[in-house]
Write a protein that binds this ligand. Sequence first.
Ligand SMILES: Nc1ncnc2c1ncn2[C@@H]1O[C@H](COP(=O)(O)OP(=O)(O)OP(=O)(O)O)[C@@H](O)[C@H]1O
Ligand SMILES: [Mg+2]
Length: 263
Amino acid sequence: MAPDPIPWHDEPMQRTIAVLNQKGGVGKTTTTLGLASAAADAGRRVLVVDLDPQAASSWVLGIEPGTGSVADPLLEGSKRAGPHLQRSTWSDLIDVLPGSPALQELEGGTSKRLRKLIGSVSDGYEAVLIDCPPSLGNLTRSALIAARHALVVVEPSSLGLRGIGGVADVIDDVWESSNPDLELGGVILNRVPAVSREAERRIDELARIVSRQAIWQPSIPQRVIFNEAVGARRPIHSYGSRATEPIEVFDRLWRRVRGLVNR
Ligand SMILES: Nc1ncnc2c1ncn2[C@@H]1O[C@H](COP(=O)(O)OP(=O)(O)OP(=O)(O)O)[C@@H](O)[C@H]1O
Ligand SMILES: [Mg+2]
């Protein structure tokens, strides 16, 4: 008789996705926000966990600085995230565990605390999206310990690909040492020019590192409206016909995320 499958000791992590890259400014926050916007537009509940001390995604989601942060329960050693959740001004369907500069104090060590914290509230959401800081330090590692799926955001340029091997190594390392359930969910390409031999070469190079199937379609085009939406603290879906293509891209990326978390 076949042995029983290993039971999910904490099944909620199936829904948890870490959005990462050590490189700054590649679009981790844009991706997290675009997915949250698409989820709410589709009537799905999501939680955004902002692990970046710069707290950009919290601010864009309408959270005012100084109103509490995910750093608070982590520093207190509390296992209950509930009291620290805030509702985004975007939608009743989006909750936020906000970031704050206090997260810097946690670069020294959070280990499994974030995982327990997210596990205490993740039941109520279809997906939990963790927006990581631009580093491979302890905060990003704690996101990878908490997550089932790693989603790497990459720009297909020579500078954009530098360090991608290091990202893959950290995912491997966390998988081996602390989280055997962790998988590379996919690689999302951001700021892809419509026609570019250089970008195509870089995508080929990337496919040799992570496999071609790991690279998600569609990629995210370069569009000024993403900048505008951040400045106005608005979801991309609120722009309607002014953002037809970005909206369509994030609707399709969200469907892929649903495919991962509902597998
Ligand atoms: N596809 C795009 N088209 C136009 N602007 C973009 C695009 N993607 C990101 N940006 C802009 O580039 C800047 C950096 O993007 P974003 O904040 O998403 O990157 P990040 O990886 O989260 O950065 P950090 O490492 O600092 O957290 C932002 O101003 C964002 O609006
Ligand atoms: Mg960011």
